[in-house]
Design a protein around this ligand. Structure first.
Ligand code: HEM
Length: 238
């Protein structure tokens, strides 16, 4: 290291710093989202086993709707925990087989999670009515699309497109946790202004889309900027 020209040493230290920060950030996200993942896993298991404490509005006589909503919670918990691991660069470089197997599991589970949620909306509808139905249906459809595209491009070795769709999938999977984070912070700061128990307040209506759309827009801006540099223009994701 000491014999390297100063600019090369600075560049190497800068890259190492970025990788270190990125890995630390992803592990922190995993840690912060873990309580929600365990809550969702417990809820899903109890629902599937029929051991929920007392009656719950999500549980009904409709067997397929119950299977959809409770299995989506269980698999949703799994992907919430696993998806940050997929973005950790040193792990991908050192353990490519782990990345591939976890990737297959995450994309399959994300697809089933989305289908479970979509089935529940189609069979019973959400507590918040038409706007919530629309927001969550779009969310499920986008997650299904991102899961399929992430897997498809990986299989075809189109790595730029795979990475772009994996990033979209990452933010979509974290969306369910971010939904609770938004609510938590809002209630903490405003005491629940513009939010009702039936999810019909102005804040609730915005939240139906705000837990994933702004993050996806951020991803698109990031991808356009990253791929618009002259050397990479040809590899712009489809
Ligand atoms: C990303 C992983 C996901 C996790 C961990 C997750 C977890 C949960 C949990 C725990 C609930 C129960 C609500 C509560 O009392 O807190 C719930 C409700 C629900 N989720 Fe998900 N979810 C995920 C993704 C999705 C997706 C992709 C859809 C797509 C359609 C979806 C649709 C729904 C619906 C419709 C409800 C019921 C809303 C209502 O109260 O009427 N979820 N989810």
């Amino acid at each position: 290291m000491l014999h390297l020209v100063p600019w090369l040493r600075t560049a190497i230290l800068w890259v190492m710093g970025r990788v270190f920060l990125q890995t630390g950030g992803l592990l922190l996200v995993m840690l912060l989202a873990a309580p929600f993942a365990f809550y969702a896993a417990g809820f899903g298991q109890d629902g599937l086993r029929g051991t929920l404490d007392g009656p719950h509005y999500l549980l009904s006589e409709n067997g397929p709707a119950n299977a959809g909503i409770f299995s989506h919670m269980l698999l949703g918990a799994l992907i919430t925990l696993l998806v940050p691991l997929q973005l950790i660069r040193p792990l991908r470089a050192r353990l490519p087989a782990l990345h591939r197997w976890t990737g297959r599991l995450v994309t399959l589970a994300a697809g089933i999670t989305a289908l479970g949620g979509l089935a529940y909306i189609a069979l019973r509808g959400t507590i918040g009515g038409a706007v919530m139905d629309a927001g969550f249906t779009l969310y499920g459809a986008l997650m299904l699309l991102a899961a399929v595209q992430t897997y498809r491009h990986a299989r075809a070795r189109r790595l730029d497109q795979h990475n772009a769709w994996a990033l979209r999938l990452f933010w979509l999977v974290l969306g369910s946790w971010l939904y609770r984070v938004h609510y938590g912070l809002w209630y903490l700061t405003t005491g629940g202004l513009w939010s009702t128990p039936a999810f019909t307040g102005a804040f609730d209506l915005v939240q139906n889309f705000a837990f994933y759309l702004p993050y996806l827009i951020g991803v698109e801006i990031y991808l356009r900027r990253r791929f618009s540099s002259p050397g990479r223009r040809a590899k712009l994701p489809a």
